[in-house]
Design a protein around this ligand. Structure first.
Ligand code: FAD
Length: 477
């Protein structure tokens, strides 16, 4: 355990998370008379909107996930600590983070919590075994391995039934991520892989997009949703609306239609992009601050100044905050974090929490790409789609990508992919596909062994933890 001295120090801000909220919050404190410690369980700033391009072989991980430490190299008042935050003590103003077997306790004067959200399977967590989500680098690489692996196995299939199952790709959820993924799997099979196999024609692949609601891209409205749907259908994507996925196993999905009919789709490769659940730190904060609640997705219902009740020095921003009319999008996180940083700076100049003006969200619009040369875009009342929207999408994503190097390489990869037929990142390994499940199995075995040891009155075999989760040394930094 390591601790940082509290005496003779500047105002200390702890920022949890290195996503849009965490990074932008930290950067906005660059010139402030504060010391910032950014703690994150991942060592990178992940640009989630382009994860689907990693999953489909267009971009490499490096382009969308620069090391946070390098991004903040020139910010002398910022320290980056890697570790998963496991405790927030609102009484003593400390954060405990864990990296491997070491706990670190970091004190704060102000705290910005930006730990985002994770995949939600709506209580059916076992779906994750067969249908990974799309939230992390690991998810994207696993998915790339599963998609490309399905084509490889299809080439070796000994029956038509096997071949059909392997060449059927099911994407669950027709929000922006589902639409983008379905479009890219279709282009991968039609353009990139065409002519590269002998026993199969990749163009025979079926891509099915399943949505429980009645529309594609529902929140973007019928005009843009309709445009996206027509474009996908033109590319051969089968869209099934008002269809609820009720079960998923190794060989397919069970779907319930609006009239109650149950049917089965045989498919080896499934992707889940149907829901999100806020980081568990939201619930922890609510439990520890009297009167603070979380919404159904586990997001913290914050005060008008994005703090929690009774703790004007603790801000919750990004996908973890619940604020009416603020969508779970990058803009919400950036604007929330910028606002929090401004309040901290104003506080140093004597502004009291009561004097804070409430957070106001400025909706800059939303967009989703459907295929190469086609996107849909909504800015205020203006709604448009097609090539112009696609160019706007490219420009905006390049603007928000962190680092010149990433931008240049991304542009090159986009040229290669969208103007040519090839893709630059088609590598995949067996480990990417199976490591997650193997680690979960090891953890389960460890728990079983510990339960058995407890029943026999013996000490736990592995300190009660799975490998990589050894019992922590207590330390304060
Ligand atoms: C596939 C996908 C596509 C998307 N496309 C778009 C888009 O096109 N446009 C758009 O505007 N938005 C898009 N979004 C949403 C957007 O990415 C999020 O709204 C945004 O990332 C939220 O930022 P955040 O900082 O709140 O959380 P995140 O960016 O998720 O960052 C959370 C951070 O917290 C860290 N963390 C989590 N738990 C802990 C812990 N216990 N201890 C320490 N660190 C922790 C994580 O490692 C991560 O660094 C997309 C999201 C996904 C998943």
């Amino acid at each position: 355990m390591s601790t940082q001295s509290v005496e003779n120090r500047r105002h200390k801000v702890v920022v949890i998370g290195s996503g849009f909220g965490g990074l932008f919050g930290t950067k906005h404190l660059k010139r402030a008379d504060v010391d910032v410690t950014l703690i994150s369980k991942t060592s990178t700033h992940l640009f989630q909107p382009l994860l689907y391009q990693v999953a489909t072989g267009i971009l490499s991980v490096g382009e969308i996930a620069p090391a946070t430490r390098l991004v903040l190299r020139k910010q002398k008042n910022a320290q980056v600590l890697m570790g998963e935050v496991v405790d927030i003590d609102l009484e003593h103003n400390t954060v405990t983070s864990r990296l491997l077997n070491q706990d670190t306790v970091t004190p704060f004067d102000s705290l910005i919590v930006a730990t985002g959200a994770q995949q939600s399977y709506f209580g059916n967590d076992h779906f994750a075994t067969y249908a990974p989500g799309m939230k992390t680098i690991d998810d994207a690489l696993e998915l790339r391995g599963r998609i490309l692996g399905a084509f490889e196995s299809a080439e070796l299939a000994t029956t038509q039934e096997m071949r059909d199952r392997l060449l059927t790709f099911v994407v669950v959820g027709a929000g922006p991520t589902g639409v983008e993924l379905a479009g890219q799997i279709a282009e991968l099979s039609d353009r990139t892989l065409e002519g590269t196999f002998h026993n199969i024609d990749p163009r025979d692949a079926r891509v099915i997009l399943i949505e429980g609601a009645g529309a594609v891209l529902g929140p973007m409205g019928p005009k843009l949703g309709g445009k996206a749907q027509r474009r996908l259908e033109k590319m051969g994507v089968e869209i099934q609306l008002n269809a609820m996925v009720t079960d998923i196993d190794a060989h397919g999905v069970t779907v319930k239609d609006a009239d109650g009919t149950l049917r089965r789709i045989e498919s080896s490769c499934k992707v889940w992009s149907a829901g999100v659940q806020a980081s568990p730190l939201g619930k922890m904060l609510a439990e520890r601050s009297e009167g603070t609640e979380v919404d159904r997705a586990g997001r913290v219902i914050v005060e008008p100044d994005l703090t929690i009740k009774g703790h004007p020095n603790v801000f919750v921003v990004g996908d973890l905050m619940s604020v009416p009319d603020v969508p779970g999008q990058a803009q919400g996180a950036i604007q929330g974090a910028t606002y929090a940083a401004k309040q901290i700076k104003a506080g140093l100049k004597g502004q009291t929490p009561e004097q804070r003006k409430p957070f106001k969200y400025f909706n800059k619009g939303s967009m989703a790409t459907v295929s190469r040369f086609s996107a849909v875009c909504q800015v205020g009342k203006l709604e448009f789609g097609g090539f112009i929207a696609w160019l706007a999408w490219l420009a905006l994503h390049l603007y928000y990508l962190v680092g010149y190097r990433s931008r240049i390489i991304t542009v090159i990869q986009w040229f290669v992919t969208f103007l040519g037929r090839t893709r630059g990142q088609m590598a995949a390994t067996e480990q990417w596909v199976f490591a997650r499940l193997a680690l979960e199995q090891v953890a389960e075995d460890q728990e079983d062994a510990d339960e058995l040891a407890a029943a026999l009155g013996a000490p736990p075999a592995g300190n009660g933890r799975a490998p990589g989760k050894a019992a922590p040394d207590r330390a304060v930094s």
